[in-house]
Design a protein around this ligand. Structure first.
Ligand code: IMP
Length: 184
């Protein structure tokens, strides 16, 4: 049987090929939501969504989590173009209301790990009752600091990816699947 080549898309000057299909992502995110529901029943957790990239992951994760839960947003940035700058800049503040709450950070992707290292430290200062991290994508080869992930979607190769909320200079967030940059 002939296998069909992965679908390709263009964003700005780059071409990307499909790496994770919509169905694969849906199945994994639904399993993560069920796991969180099993772990947090009765605790009314706050899902802290890291904007911009995590807005689609957060929406799907929460709809797959059939318990009482709330959502809050923080906007951080450390990326310029295709590479992490290492410096994390907070753009939209954290809320004191996280104090005493069960907080689950929802992040689209961990690359160098600097963003999550910084955000975990900031959220801990708010003295939550507990703190966990749900991450859709992890690039193990790119990690530069240790980040402890409680709920992980997929480990992926060290490639630049777009889709399902992730962008390349603003484009690609609305793609329903995840695409990796083609070499060359
Ligand atoms: P880190 O601080 O290097 O772990 O980078 C984390 C942030 O960089 C994520 O929240 C994303 O916004 C962005 N990022 C990392 N890798 C990619 C990628 O492959 N495509 C798009 N954005 C990425």
């Amino acid at each position: 049987m002939m296998s069909t080549p992965p679908a390709r898309v263009r964003a700005h000057d780059l071409v990307f090929e499909e790496m994770l299909t919509e169905a694969q992502i849906r199945a994994r995110v639904e399993a993560m939501g069920r796991q969180i529901a099993a772990d947090y029943g009765g605790k009314r957790p706050v899902v802290l969504s890291v904007l911009n990239g995590s807005f689609i992951f957060t929406a799907d994760l929460m709809r797959a989590c059939p318990i009482e839960c709330e959502v809050s947003f923080v906007k951080v940035a450390s990326y310029a173009g295709q590479s992490s700058t290492g410096k994390v800049r907070q753009l939209l503040g954290l809320d004191e209301s996280l104090r005493g709450r069960h907080v689950i950070i929802a992040e689209d992707i961990v690359d160098s790990g600097f963003t999550m290292q910084w955000l975990l430290r900031e959220v801990r200062r708010m003295e939550p009752a507990s703190l966990a991290l749900a991450v859709l994508l992890l690039k193990p080869e790119a990690l530069q600091v240790e980040v402890s992930i409680d709920y992980l979607g997929f480990e992926i190769p060290n490639a630049f990816v777009i889709g399902y909320g992730l962008d390349y200079d603003g484009l690609g967030r609305n793609l329903p699947a995840i695409y990796r940059k083609c070499d060359g």
